[in-house]
Design a binder for this molecule. Structure first.
Ligand code: IPE
Ligand code: IPE
Ligand code: MG
Length: 248
């Protein structure tokens, strides 16, 4: 197991994004209902946020909490998840304020229950000036929907003469995404053994390093984040070029 000081000394990624998967299977393995897995998953998220903010010192952490496709789950599970998310944000707000955590959300806010929208808006407002850790929760998030939404906004801006089509490049496009204020993730982690992106950050993860682990999300301990970052630190990120020293 790698020590935190060693990981820090090697240089941290700017942004780590995590697909928190496996809550249901965690509960099933224990003979519990799926919602018990979500409860335990929330505790794992809480533990990780504290570790990242207080000890590790990452600048950006994105947690995928609810996808646009997750509305297809049974209504009771969806309702439970919405309540859990709202309670989580409301209960953590004072801690976030005190510890310099800036909360932001990526996703279609308008599609959320009004009380969830209100709690998020309050938390975002009250933590807006914080900059120690930017905690981005992907909530009612779908990457294709995000990209389509950006295309619609761009088309409208061109129609209104506010944007010159010739000026549209990757940087300009990125400014129309939910993540406009956030750098692309350097590292994307998915728990629970699934090796897919499930409509998560398809544009932003173009050159992200990927890390998959069989650990189910409620069991994901801060030490495992260190392992994932250590693995990232050993990768050679070439961005399509050739590695240094290999020039012919
Ligand atoms: C991830 O755990 C949490 C959400 C998607 C909200 P799952 O609920 O997907 O757990 P599994 O994949 O069924 O085990
Ligand atoms: C992805 O997990 C979404 C979140 C972790 C919030 P899912 O469990 O919904 O993804 P699939 O259905 O296995 O692709
Ligand atoms: Mg799942």
């Amino acid at each position: 197991m790698i020590e935190i000081e060693e990981v820090k000394a090697r240089g941290l990624p700017h942004h780590v994004a995590i697909i928190m998967d496996g809550n249901g299977r965690w509960a099933e393995q224990r003979g519990l209902v799926r919602t018990a897995g979500h409860q335990a998953g929330t505790q794992a998220a809480e533990r990780l946020i504290r570790f990242v903010g207080r000890q590790l010192g990452l600048k950006y952490l994105t947690l995928f909490a609810f996808s646009v496709e997750n509305w297809n789950r049974p209504p009771a599970e969806v309702d439970f998840l919405m309540d859990l998310l709202e309670r989580f944000i409301a209960e953590k707000l004072q801690e976030f304020i005190g510890e310099g955590v800036h909360l932001c959300v990526s996703g279609d806010m308008k599609g959320l229950p009004v009380r969830v929208q209100e709690t998020i808006a309050r938390a975002m407002g009250e933590t807006a000036k914080n900059d120690r850790l930017n905690l981005n929760i992907a909530l009612n998030y779908g990457s294709r929907q995000e990209i389509l939404g950006a295309c619609q906004m761009i088309a409208r801006a061109v129609q209104l003469g506010e944007l010159d089509l010739e000026m549209l490049d990757s940087d300009v496009f990125s400014k129309f995404l939910y993540t406009k204020d956030i750098p692309d993730p350097d590292l994307v982690i998915r728990t629970s053994g699934e090796m897919r992106l499930s409509n998560f950050l398809l544009w932003q993860a173009a050159y992200s390093e990927l890390y998959f682990t069989d650990t189910l999300w409620p069991d994901f301990a801060p030490e495992e984040l260190l392992d994932a970052i250590a693995s990232y630190q050993e990768r050679d990120r070439r961005f399509g070029a050739v590695a240094e020293g290999n020039v012919v």
